[in-house]
Write a protein that binds this ligand. Structure first.
Ligand code: AMP
Length: 491
């Protein structure tokens, strides 16, 4: 506790730290807390899992006073993170009885309007915050501390203009704290523009690398799902998170895991807030031990007891990889990261390996697996829902799949079509275009990105939909330095 006290943390926050049984400050806490308590603007290169919440909570707990208007504003990219951060600040500032509210979209605005009248601290997503600003239901003229949490993700999600508008609503004389996994480009520009002599610091994610084992399996595209099922059945895990790159793949994997007898549930930004809340509760309470998710739905979440992280799709970006693996091996616990790498992941996996040589991802031999019969399901009208072996029949060299039977034909056009040819997609509901070809179909929804901002999720652009894997077994075993020998076409 002495080490925390030395950082200048107030006594009542120390009590909460003791209750939460933190033994020593994390790297970011050690470096940043004295600065933020002193009132400096700080740019911290720190991802979730680094212990960053205590950094800004310690400043808030010290400076914000009950009943004197909204004095601290924290902007987060997602609703889940807003909820999580508001609960954490609540804990750290318990004895001050501050009124801390989370403000995000996807739920009724009216109760928030009432709560905002008396709030001392607001944790909000940019979309809903702007909504309150334009209605005149929030006043930011007393904000002393502004925190931009996961700033890189907010910009990635297209919130830049919204964030800037909100910053401009705050008083010029304030303390600004910016947290981001990466600090370059637009983040640096914003920092220069909106912060005063910021001190830049960085720290590692608060996971213990010695406790984290990272492996990969090299598989054919049409073996991915079967291997996942095999591993979920054979690995001894507590909670497992299965990451997919798109909403569509998330639905596909979650539905088929359930059909294969695995107690799994999916979460992504296309789900309502209520559904996301229920899903997270089922997972964190261990009622459903396997969560299939997109990066954004799971970003920043601190769920205890995640022993396994599966990358069903390898992320495009090595920062996303770091965020994903940071879900496990937290706070001294053991964790395992399993990458299921097929030909369509090569480019991404190469990138992750070359950017992060220190990851040390070990290759595992392919076990004997049972091949699973999977469904390409489509909800709503039409004849979706045909089955087939994973990836379907051989699709020739051009990346076209005939995944599982009669999905039939292509569907172009706006609105809700796509995925399974004649069936309706349960994904493309924002009016994006969807081109389905064959049973699995391929998602391409260029309009989603901006429209789904407050849902905070991936855009399914150029996605590889559930069943749309091309099936090319000729290549045999491969090496990751193969380069661009892939066939053209979307997959
Ligand atoms: P954060 O990066 O703030 O989301 O924190 C990630 C997790 O680490 C949360 O579960 C915190 O409760 C926990 N944590 C934060 N600081 C410490 C610490 N000094 N010692 C142990 N656990 C911590």
């Amino acid at each position: 506790m002495e080490r925390f006290r030395k950082l200048g943390i107030t006594e009542h926050v120390l009590e909460s730290i003791q209750e939460q049984k933190f033994e020593k400050p994390s790297e970011i806490q050690e470096k940043a807390i004295p600065l933020v308590i002193e009132g400096k603007d700080v740019i911290a290169g720190a991802a979730t899992g680094s212990g960053k919440t205590l950094v800004f909570a310690s400043a808030i707990a010290k400076k914000v006073e009950r009943g004197k208007g909204l004095q601290a504003l924290i902007l987060t990219p997602t609703r889940e993170l807003a909820e999580q951060v508001s609960k954490a600040i609540q804990k750290f500032s318990k004895s001050k009885k501050l009124e801390i509210i989370a403000v995000y979209g996807g739920i009724s605005i009216n109760p928030q309007i009432g709560d905002l009248r008396t709030a001392d601290v607001v944790v909000g997503t940019p979309g809903r915050m702007l909504d309150h600003i334009s209605r005149g239901t929030i006043r930011l003229d007393r904000v002393k501390i502004l925190v931009l949490d996961e700033a890189d993700r907010m910009l990635d999600m297209g919130f830049k203009d919204d964030v800037e508008k909100i910053i401009l609503e705050c008083p010029e004389k304030r303390q600004t704290l910016l947290f981001s996994a990466t600090i370059f480009g637009e983040i640096s520009r914003m920092a220069k523009k909106y912060m005063i002599d910021p001190v830049e610091i960085s720290a590692e994610v608060y996971v213990d690398p010695s406790k984290m084992k990272q492996v990969y399996y090299e598989v054919d595209d049409n073996e991915k799902f079967s291997l996942l099922v095999h591993l979920l059945k054979h690995e001894t895990s507590k909670l497992a998170m299965v990451f997919c790159n798109t909403q569509r793949n998330t639905d596909f994997v979650a539905n088929n895991l359930v059909s294969s007898g695995i107690n799994a549930i999916g979460i992504h930004g296309g789900h309502s807030q209520e559904k996301r809340g229920r899903t997270m509760h089922k997972f964190s309470s261990e009622y459903v031990p396997v969560l299939v998710c997109t990066d954004v739905a799971a970003r920043g979440l601190d769920i205890k007891g995640v022993s396994h992280v599966y990358n069903y799709d390898i992320p495009k970006d090595s920062n996303d990889y770091v965020h994903r693996i940071g879900r496990t091996a937290r706070a001294g616990k053991e964790g395992k990261v399993i990458n299921i790498v097929s030909r369509r992941d090569d480019e991404n996996f190469n990138r992750i390996n070359s950017h992060n040589w220190k990851f040390g991802i070990k290759k595992e031999e392919m076990p004997n697996i049972e091949r699973i019969f999977i469904k390409f399901r489509s909800e709503g009208r039409g004849r979706g829902g045909f089955g087939g072996r994973e990836g379907g029949f051989r699709g020739g060299g051009r990346g076209r799949s005939y995944g599982g039977g009669r999905g039939g034909g292509r569907s172009y056009g706006g609105g809700n079509r796509g995925y399974s040819g004649s069936g309706r997609s349960y994904e493309d509901r924002n009016g994006g275009r969807s081109y389905g070809s064959g049973g699995g179909g391929h998602g391409d929804n260029p309009n989603n990105f901006r429209q789904r901002k407050d849902d905070g999720d991936d855009n399914d652009r150029g996605s590889r939909s559930g069943g749309g894997y091309y099936n090319n077994r000729k290549g045999g075993r491969r090496s990751f330095s193969r380069g661009n020998s892939r066939p053209k076409g979307r997959y």
